[in-house]
Every structure is written in structure tokens, then in C-alpha cells.
Ligand binder design. Structure first.
Ligand SMILES: CC(C)(COP(=O)(O)OP(=O)(O)OC[C@H]1O[C@@H](n2cnc3c(N)ncnc32)[C@H](O)[C@@H]1OP(=O)(O)O)[C@@H](O)C(=O)NCCC(=O)NCCS
Length: 183
């Protein structure tokens, strides 16, 4: 019999101790896989500052941060994080909204990209945003050269709101802000 069981596993301070270790592992792996153009020393600094077990434990403890693993038949395929409420990055755009939700991280392992999981996960985020948080806007930032992610978000109704510089070491990347009105 074919099974296809998707679950969203929230990572909380009271989750099993290995949950944040797993989160750190998948976050580091997917970050390195996505941002291969950075210098190794810059990547190492970012991983230690933002994706270490210590850093993520602090983030998980913040009530406005929502981390989830996306599991398929018991295997972790990716993870996501949203922040609600959030106004991070919105200083770069002229946007009228009252209750914005930021999808800050949305990462699948390469072998699970293009397998129909990302649309289900995006729907999960959007359902929470609309029906539980009563958010009126869903937004995110995406690297200018991440064409696959841009295509994905465009396919699901996001539009470009603006852009901003994102310096990492000697590299200055552009990030595009994408958004979608929910009400
Ligand atoms: C971004 C991500 C969540 C999208 O999920 P996914 O399962 O790959 O998405 P889909 O396959 O449904 O859609 C991707 C689209 O981009 C297209 N695509 C793939 N590679 C592309 C490329 N190099 N340039 C342009 N489009 C591309 C696909 O053909 C597809 O479009 P289509 O349905 O019109 O054919 C997933 O790829 C991912 O986790 N990537 C690594 C981490 C990442 O970049 N996260 C986003 C951070 S903002």
C-alpha cells in the first residue's frame, strides 16, 4: 500500500532535546546548499551566529517565532519558520497592512524539492496566518538569484514589493521582498 503522510511538527522549548539539534543540522545543510556563492569563512560565521544549537534554542524560546519540521512518512524533509507579528524588513517598502506575518525560513532538502511538499507547507502557513493569527498580509524575502524560489512564490500568488541590500562579508546581495494580501 502506498502511504503519503505529511505532518508539521512544531519545535518548542519543551520539545525533546534532540529537536533543536535536528533543526540546526537541517538549517545548516539547506543554507549551505542554497547559498553556495558565499566565502567559506562568511558561511561559517553565519552558521555559528544564526544556526547553531545555542542560537536556535534562543529563537525557539521566543513566543513570536514558529518553527516546524515538515515530515513525510516519518522522515524530515524540510523546515519552516514564521514570525508573527513581524515588521522586519517592512521599512524597505510602502505597504499598508495591520497584522503582517513573515515567512522567514522555508527550506526543503534537495531530494524533496519539486515533490509537491512545498505547496502543502505554504498552504499550512497561509491557513495559520489567515484563520488562527488573523494576519492580513504574508510576506518574505528571497535572494535575487534564487530563481526557483521566486518562481515558486510567483506561482502561488506573491508579488514583488521591493528590494534591499543584504551584505554578507564582502558580497552585497539584493533581497527581493515578496508579499501576498490575505484579506
Ligand atoms: C523554494 C522551494 C521551497 C520551492 O519548493 P519546490 O518543491 O522546489 O517548488 P516547485 O517544484 O513546486 O516549484 C518550483 C518552480 O520553479 C521552477 N524552477 C526550478 N528551477 C528553476 C530555475 N533554476 N529557474 C527558474 N525556475 C526554476 C520549477 O520548474 C517550478 O516551476 P513550474 O511548476 O512552473 O515548473 C524549494 O525549492 C526549496 O526548499 N529550495 C531550497 C531552499 C530555498 O531556496 N528556500 C527558499 C528561501 S526564500
Amino acid at each position: 500500500m502506498v502511504t503519503f503522510h505529511i505532518s508539521f511538527e512544531r519545535i518548542l522549548p519543551e520539545s525533546k532535546p534532540d529537536a533543536v539539534e535536528r533543526l540546526s543540522e537541517i538549517a545548516k545543510f539547506t543554507f549551505c546548499d542554497t547559498f553556495r556563492h558565499y566565502e567559506k569563512s562568511d558561511i561559517d560565521a553565519y552558521l555559528a551566529k544564526s544556526l547553531s544549537v545555542e542560537a536556535l534554542s534562543r529563537e525557539v524560546a521566543e513566543p513570536s517565532n514558529f518553527f516546524y519540521f515538515v515530515n513525510l512518512d516519518g522522515a524530515t524533509t524540510g523546515y519552516l519558520k514564521w514570525i508573527f507579528p513581524s515588521t522586519v524588513y517592512l521599512e524597505h517598502v510602502d505597504l499598508k497592512c495591520e497584522r503582517p506575518l513573515l515567512l522567514e525560513r522555508f527550506y526543503f532538502l534537495p531530494e524533496y524539492c519539486g515533490k509537491g511538499l512545498a505547496p502543502v507547507a505554504l498552504q499550512f502557513v497561509q491557513s495559520f496566518a489567515q484563520h488562527i493569527a488573523q494576519a492580513d498580509y504574508l510576506y518574505l524575502s528571497v535572494w535575487e538569484k534564487n530563481f526557483r524560489a521566486q518562481r515558486f512564490y510567483q506561482k502561488w500568488g506573491f508579488r514583488t514589493l521591493g528590494c534591499f541590500d543584504y551584505p554578507v562579508g564582502d558580497v552585497i546581495d539584493q533581497e527581493f521582498l515578496y508579499g501576498k494580501r490575505l484579506t
